[in-house]
Design a protein around this ligand. Structure first.
Ligand SMILES: [Ca+2]
Ligand SMILES: [Ca+2]
Length: 177
């Protein structure tokens, strides 16, 4: 497990605890997917449903694998175990990554415009400078759009315990003072 991966995983816990009560619950995932959907009002319903399905499966997988005391909530101590067995989460993360990134491809062009990317990532709770840094790392084209498949792949990298020194790390660093 690389240090960068631990930082990313810790950040995810903080962000997914949308209501800030220090445990993950189904409500947190509903809240976050609603915020993400609200960030892209022009997205079609099928894409929104795929995104929501990704969040739901991710939560169900976390709850099924990590809720050691079966109370329907995941504490940080329970959650940390996810880094020990990433293979149990890969299917859920693949679906989550696809549903999330593709929501941003509003016109089916295979690309995502910066304002849409910013809105969705703000919906998750990342900080604005980090979001711009990641978008720039994806080498936007002349129309300031990035490829949706590049984004989708990087979401998977974000959760990969053996990856470090990757664009996704830009989300987990504090902005330079
Ligand atoms: Ca919570
Ligand atoms: Ca629990």
């Amino acid at each position: 497990m690389r240090n960068e991966a631990i930082k990313r995983v810790a950040l995810v816990f903080t962000l997914f605890d949308v209501d800030g009560n220090e445990v993950l619950e189904a409500d947190d995932f509903d809240l976050m997917s609603s915020r993400v959907a609200a960030a892209v009002p022009d997205a079609d319903e099928a894409r929104k449903q795929a995104m929501r399905a990704g969040f739901t499966r991710y939560w169900n997988t976390l709850a099924g694998e990590l809720d050691s005391d079966h109370d329907g909530r995941i504490t940080y101590d329970e959650y940390r175990a996810c880094v020990l067995s990433p293979e149990r989460f890969s299917g859920a993360i693949d679906e989550f990554a696809a549903g999330f990134a593709r929501l941003g491809d509003l016109d089916g062009s295979g690309t995502v415009a910066r304002p849409v990317f910013i809105g969705m990532m703000r919906g998750v709770g990342f900080d604005l400078p980090n979001i711009h840094a990641l978008f720039d790392a994806f080498e936007p084209d002349d129309d300031d759009r990035i490829r949706v498949d590049v984004w989708e792949a990087e979401i998977k990298n974000f959760y990969a315990p053996d990856k470090g020194g990757i664009p996704a790390d830009l989300l987990a660093v504090s902005p330079a003072a």
